[in-house]
Design a binder for this molecule. Structure first.
Ligand SMILES: Nc1ncnc2c1ncn2[C@@H]1O[C@H](COP(=O)(O)OP(=O)(O)OP(=O)(O)O)[C@@H](O)[C@H]1O
Length: 942
C-alpha cells in the first residue's frame, strides 16, 4: 500500500498490532484503498513494525517540481455555438438509425442553402483593427543563442533541468510560439523562486517575425498594405517602437545592402507610378519630407532634415517651414533620405553605438494633380508617414549622463505619451462614456500624429524587441504595453486625408452645431455667427460631402463640441469687452450731454446779459447828459483837464482820512501803470492822483445816471476805486458806466458839432461850475488830456503846464475850488438818506457812492491792492510801448487800458490756478469782449 494513502493514526495502530487497530485498518483499506494497494499491503514481506515503516519511507517517490505557470495574453477567442431552441432540446434524442433517415429525407426535400452574404464594406471596416507586428531582432553574433526548452503542459511529465548559459552564450527569453504569438520566459535571475518558472504567452499579433526574418518579409507583410492604401489615396502611418538597440532604425532605413522599409516603399511607389504611366493612368506627383523632433534642454524642437533651413514650427498638426522635396524616382528619393539620416542626431550609448536621439518622421505625399484639374474639385493628397521613434532607455543600461540623460528623459516621455494616447483611445472605444483624453497635447510627436492617435486615420505598429535574457525587462514592458493596442478598432477612418479639407469639414460641423444653439443664445453668439457665415461660404462643397458621411460626423462630434466650446468662450470674452466699451461710450455720451447743457446755460446767461446791456444802453441814450461846455471843444486840452482835475481834487480833499488813504492806494496802483522810465516821475505821482480823481468823477457822474443812485452817495472818491471790481457785479456796473461814457462821448461829439452850427444844448446844470468842470471832464478831449497825463509820457510833457497847475490845485484844493466845499456839504447833509434828485451835486453823489463801495470792499481791498500792485508793476515795463502809442479817443483808450489791465490780471490769476473774482459767474469776459467790440467802434467826431 502506498504510504501516502494511509493516514498516520492507522499506522500507529498497525504498528501497535492491537486487534482493534487491525480491524479498523482493514475496514479502512477495504473502503478507500485500491485492490493493488490492498495487495501490496498484504504482501508478506512487508511485515508489521518499525522496519516496515522504514522500508515504506524509503520506497516513497521524491516530490516532483511544481509545473511552470503560463499566462496567456490576448488568447484567440473561439466562436460560441449558436443557442439551440428550447423545444428542440426538450425533444427526446432520436436513435442513430432514425437520425440517418431523417437527414437523408431533409437533404432531398430542402432547397439549396443560400450562399453566405458577402461582407459589406462597413462591416469590413468595423472589423478592421490596429495592426501590431512583432519583429524579434537576432542576438548579437558574440552571443550564442541558447534555446530554452519550452515548458511542458503535462504536469506529470518530468521537467527538464534548467540549462545554464555557458561563456559566450546568451539565453533567449523570447521565442515565437506561432505565427501570431510569442512566449516570454522570465529569466532565472529574475525569478523570485528559482524553482518555479514563469512564462507569458502574447498572442494576437498581426505577425511575429522571428530573428531570421528578412527585410523583404517585413516589407511584404507590414508595409505593402499601407503602400497600397496610399496609392489608392488613403493616408497611413507606420510607427516603429521598441527599446533602444532593438532594430527600429534598421527596420525602417536598413542599410545599403539590406534596405529597410522606407527604401523599399519608395521603390514600390515608383514602380506603381511607372505602371500607371505605362497604363496611361493619371500621374501623381510625390513629395518627400523628413524631419526630426528632438529636445535640447527643456523644450522640443523640430528640425528639417532635407533642407538647411533651421527650425520648423508646429501649428496644430501642420509643420510650418517644412520643406517638401518633389521626388520623381526612387534613386533620388533614397539619396535624399540618406542625406537626411546623416543629419539626424545620434549618439553612442552603452546600449547602442549609434543610438537615435530624436524621433524621425518621413512623409511621402502623393498629389493627385490631374483629378483636381479635370474635375475642378479641390486637390486631395494622401500622406504616407513612417516614424522611427527613439527607443526607450534605462539609465542603468545606457549609462547616460548629463545631456544624454536629458535626451533619455525626453525620449522616454515621448514614448510614454504616445502609449497613453493609444491606451486612452482603446479605453474610449471599450467604454464610450470614458472621454478620449487629450494626452496628445503633451508632446510634439503626438500633436503631429493626432489624427492617427485618435483613430481617424489608419496606423500600423511594428514592435522591435531584443530576445536576450538581459533585455527581458524592456521586452516584457513593451509587450505588455503594446499588446492591448491590437484591440483598437478603426470604425471611422477618414477617407480624404487632406488636412485643409478636414479642417474645413470641422468648421462646417461647428457651423451646424452653432446654428442649432443660436436660437437659444442669440446675443451671445452674434459675433460667432458672423464668422460662421464666412466659413459657410467657403466650405459649401465640403459640407455637401459631409452629408454623405454620417459615420464621419459621428466621430467628429467630440472634436466639434470642443471647438464649439472654444468658440463660445471666445465669443463670451469678446462680448464682455464690447459691453465694457459700450458702458464707456455711454459715460462719455452723458458727459457730453452735461457739457452741452452747461454751454446752453451759459449761452442763456450771455443772452440775458446782452439784453440787459441793450436795455441799459437804450435807457442811457434816452437820458441826455447836460453838457454845459460851449466852447471847451476848441479849448486847449490841458486847460480842460486841469479844470476837471481841480474840481475832482477838491472833492477828494473833502473826503475823510480813510477815504484819502484808499485814494492814495488807488493812485499808487494807477501810478504803477506809468512807466518807470518816464521823464517826469515826480510830477506823474501827483498827476496820477489827480487823473484818478478825474477818472473817478467821470464814472461817478455816470453811475447815478445808469443805476439811479442818489447823488449824495456818490460823492466819495472811493466809489471808483479799481478794487471795487473784485466784488461780484461791480465789474458789470463799471463796464456799463464805461460803456455809457462811450455813448456819452458820442453824444457829446454830436452836441459839439451841433454847437458849431449854432445850436446850444439845453442843460439844467449849465450854471453850475462843478457840473461844468465835470462836463469838461466828460468831454472826450479833456479825458484824453487827462489820460495823456496818466499814461502817456509824451502827452505829459506836452501838457506840462497843465499838470503843474494840477499839482498846485492838489496842494490848495479848498482855495482853488470853493464849489467842491458846497458839494461836500451837500453830501454830508444827504449822507445816508434817500435823495433821488439826479440834478443834485454830482460830487457828493460820487463821494457817497465811493464810500459805500469802500465799506463793501474795504476788507478785501488790502490783499487785492497788494496783488494788483504787483501785477501792475510787473506789467509796467511792458507798457512802455503802450505809452508811446498815438493818442486815441479818451473813452476808447480808457476802456482799452481798463479792460487790458483787467484781462492781464485775470490771465495771471488763471495761471496761478486761482479763480478770478471777476469770472465768478463767467460773465465778465463776455462783457469785456462785447464792450471791446463796442469800444472798437469808431467814435464820431474823434
Ligand atoms: N534584424 C536585424 N538584423 C541584423 N542587425 C540588426 C537587426 N536589427 C538591428 N540590428 C543591428 O542592431 C544595431 C542597433 O540597431 P538600431 O540602431 O536599428 O536600433 P534602434 O532600435 O534604432 O536603437 P535606438 O532606438 O537607440 O536608435 C544596429 O547595428 C543594427 O545593424
Amino acid at each position: 500500500m502506498p504510504p501516502h494513502t494511509i493516514s498516520f493514526p492507522f499506522c500507529i495502530h498497525n504498528l501497535l498490532g492491537s486487534r482493534r487497530g487491525i480491524s479498523k485498518f482493514r475496514s479502512f483499506r477495504r473502503k478507500y484503498c485500491t485492490p493493488e494497494a490492498r495487495r501490496g499491503a498484504e504482501r508478506p514481506s512487508e511485515g508489521r513494525g518499525i522496519r516496515s515503516i522504514h522500508h515504506r519511507l524509503s520506497v516513497m517517490e521524491p516530490p516532483s517540481p511544481p509545473p511552470p505557470t503560463t499566462v496567456r495574453r490576448n488568447p484567440p477567442r473561439r466562436a460560441r455555438p449558436p443557442p439551440t431552441p428550447l423545444a428542440a432540446s426538450a425533444k427526446p434524442k432520436p436513435s442513430s438509425l432514425s437520425r440517418l433517415l431523417d437527414d437523408e429525407a431533409a437533404a432531398a426535400s430542402a432547397p439549396p442553402p443560400p450562399p453566405p452574404p458577402p461582407p459589406s464594406s462597413s462591416q469590413s471596416q468595423q472589423e478592421e483593427r490596429l495592426k501590431v507586428f512583432l519583429r524579434i531582432r537576432p542576438l548579437p553574433e558574440r552571443c550564442k543563442p541558447v534555446s530554452r526548452p519550452t515548458p511542458s503542459k503535462d504536469p506529470r511529465r518530468k521537467q527538464p533541468k534548467h540549462h545554464h548559459a555557458g561563456p559566450g552564450e546568451q539565453l533567449c527569453c523570447l521565442a515565437p510560439t506561432g505565427p501570431n504569438s510569442v512566449a516570454l520566459t522570465v529569466p532565472r535571475s529574475k525569478l523570485a523562486d528559482p524553482k518555479r518558472g514563469r512564462t507569458e504567452v502574447f498572442d494576437g499579433f498581426s505577425a511575429v517575425f522571428p530573428p531570421d526574418s528578412t527585410q523583404l518579409d517585413i516589407f511584404a507583410q507590414v508595409m505593402s498594405p499601407l503602400v497600397e492604401d496610399f496609392l489608392g489615396g488613403k493616408s497611413g502611418l507606420l510607427v516603429a517602437m521598441g527599446p533602444t538597440g532593438s532594430g527600429k532604425t534598421h527596420t525602417v532605413f536598413g542599410s545599403t545592402r539590406n534596405p529597410g522599409i522606407l527604401p523599399l516603399t519608395l521603390r514600390e511607389v515608383f514602380n506603381a507610378q511607372d505602371q500607371n504611366k505605362a497604363a496611361r493612368q493619371p500621374a501623381r506627383s510625390f513629395y518627400l519630407s523628413m524631419f526630426e523632433i528632438l529636445s535640447e534642454g527643456k523644450g522640443e524642437r523640430i528640425l528639417d532634415l532635407l533642407s538647411d533651413a533651421a527650425e520648423c514650427v508646429l501649428q496644430q498638426s501642420t509643420i510650418k517651414g517644412l520643406e517638401e522635396v518633389p521626388i520623381s524616382n526612387s534613386a533620388d528619393a533614397e539619396s535624399l533620405v540618406s542625406r537626411g539620416i546623416l543629419k539626424r542626431s545620434t549618439a553612442a550609448t552603452n546600449a547602442n553605438s549609434k543610438s537615435s536621439r530624436s524621433q524621425c518622421i518621413i512623409t511621402i505625399r502623393a498629389d493627385h494633380k490631374s483629378r483636381g484639374r479635370d474635375s475642378g474639385h479641390s486637390l486631395s493628397s494622401a500622406v504616407l508617414t513612417i516614424a522611427d521613434l527613439a527607443g526607450a532607455e534605462r539609465e542603468r543600461r545606457t549609462g547616460n549622463q548629463g545631456p544624454r540623460l536629458l535626451e533619455s528623459n525626453f525620449i522616454n516621455n515621448t514614448s510614454m505619451v504616445f502609449s497613453l494616447c493609444l491606451r486612452s483611445l482603446l479605453e474610449h472605444q471599450k467604454n464610450q462614456k470614458k472621454p478620449l483624453e487629450k494626452h496628445f497635447k503633451n508632446s510634439m510627436l503626438t500633436r503631429y500624429l493626432r489624427d492617427y492617435l485618435e483613430g481617424r486615420k489608419k496606423m500600423t505598429l511594428i514592435l522591435n524587441v531584443k530576445p536576450g535574457d538581459d533585455d527581458y525587462l524592456d521586452t516584457s514592458f513593451l509587450l505588455r504595453q503594446a499588446s492591448p493596442y491590437m484591440k483598437i478598432k478603426y470604425t471611422t477612418l477618414v477617407d480624404c486625408s487632406d488636412l485643409a479639407s478636414q479642417k474645413r469639414s470641422n468648421a462646417s460641423l461647428i457651423c451646424q452645431e452653432s446654428k442649432k444653439k443660436r436660437k437659444v443664445h442669440k446675443p451671445e453668439v452674434l459675433l460667432v455667427e458672423q464668422k460662421e457665415i464666412v466659413d459657410t461660404y467657403s466650405i459649401t462643397k465640403v459640407s455637401e460631402k459631409d452629408e454623405e458621411q454620417p459615420m464621419f460626423l459621428n466621430s467628429e462630434l467630440p472634436r466639434v463640441s470642443r471647438s464649439e466650446a472654444i468658440m463660445t468662450n471666445f465669443a463670451r470674452a469678446l462680448w464682455t469687452v464690447l459691453k465694457q466699451y459700450k458702458n464707456k461710450l455711454l459715460e462719455s455720451k452723458n458727459a457730453a450731454e452735461s457739457m452741452k447743457e452747461l454751454i446752453r446755460d451759459k449761452d442763456i446767461q450771455i443772452m440775458e446779459l446782452k439784453k440787459e446791456l441793450e436795455v441799459l444802453n437804450a435807457r442811457c441814450s434816452c437820458k441826455s447828459v447836460p453838457i454845459t461846455e460851449e466852447s471847451s471843444v476848441n479849448q486847449d486840452d490841458s486847460v480842460l483837464s486841469g479844470q476837471a482835475v481841480r474840481s475832482l481834487i477838491s472833492l477828494s480833499k473833502k473826503s475823510d482820512q480813510d477815504d484819502s488813504l484808499v485814494a492814495e492806494e488807488v493812485s499808487e496802483e494807477f501810478s504803477c501803470h506809468v512807466p518807470e522810465k518816464t521823464s517826469v516821475p515826480c510830477i506823474l505821482k501827483g498827476e496820477s492822483d489827480s487823473c484818478d480823481a478825474s477818472y473817478m468823477s467821470l464814472i461817478g457822474e455816470q453811475e447815478p445816471c445808469s443805476r439811479g443812485f442818489q447823488p449824495e452817495k456818490s460823492c466819495h472818491p472811493d466809489a471808483f476805486d479799481p478794487k471795487f471790481d473784485t466784488e461780484k457785479g461791480s465789474t458789470k456796473v463799471q463796464l456799463q458806466v464805461l460803456h455809457k461814457e462811450l455813448d456819452r462821448s458820442e453824444s457829446f461829439t454830436e452836441q459839439t458839432s451841433a454847437q458849431a452850427v449854432g445850436v446850444t444844448p439845453v442843460s439844467g446844470h449849465s450854471d453850475n461850475r462843478s457840473d461844468q468842470s465835470l462836463s469838461e471832464a466828460n468831454n472826450p478831449e479833456s479825458l484824453n488830456s487827462c489820460l495823456r497825463v496818466s499814461y502817456d509820457t509824451e502827452g505829459a510833457r506836452s501838457s506840462q503846464s497843465s499838470l503843474q497847475g494840477m499839482v498846485a490845485c492838489q496842494k490848495k484844493p479848498r482855495d482853488l475850488d470853493p464849489e467842491s466845499e458846497i458839494c461836500e456839504k451837500a453830501a454830508a447833509e444827504h449822507d445816508g438818506s434817500q435823495a433821488p434828485d439826479q440834478k443834485s451835486d454830482r460830487g457828493g453823489m460820487m463821494a457817497s457812492a465811493a464810500k459805500a463801495a469802500k465799506d463793501r470792499s474795504k476788507g478785501s481791498q488790502a490783499g487785492e491792492t497788494a496783488d494788483k500792485k504787483k501785477e501792475a508793476c510787473a506789467d509796467g515795463p511792458g507798457d512802455t510801448k503802450k505809452t508811446r502809442r498815438k493818442l486815441q479817443p479818451a473813452a476808447a483808450m480808457m476802456l482799452k487800458e481798463f479792460t487790458g489791465a483787467d484781462m492781464a490780471v485775470d490771465t495771471k490769476r488763471e495761471e496761478r490756478g486761482k479763480p478770478s473774482s471777476r469770472d465768478g459767474n463767467g460773465q465778465s469776459e463776455e462783457l469785456i469782449r462785447l464792450l471791446k467790440v463796442k469800444g472798437g467802434r469808431p467814435v464820431r467826431g474823434a
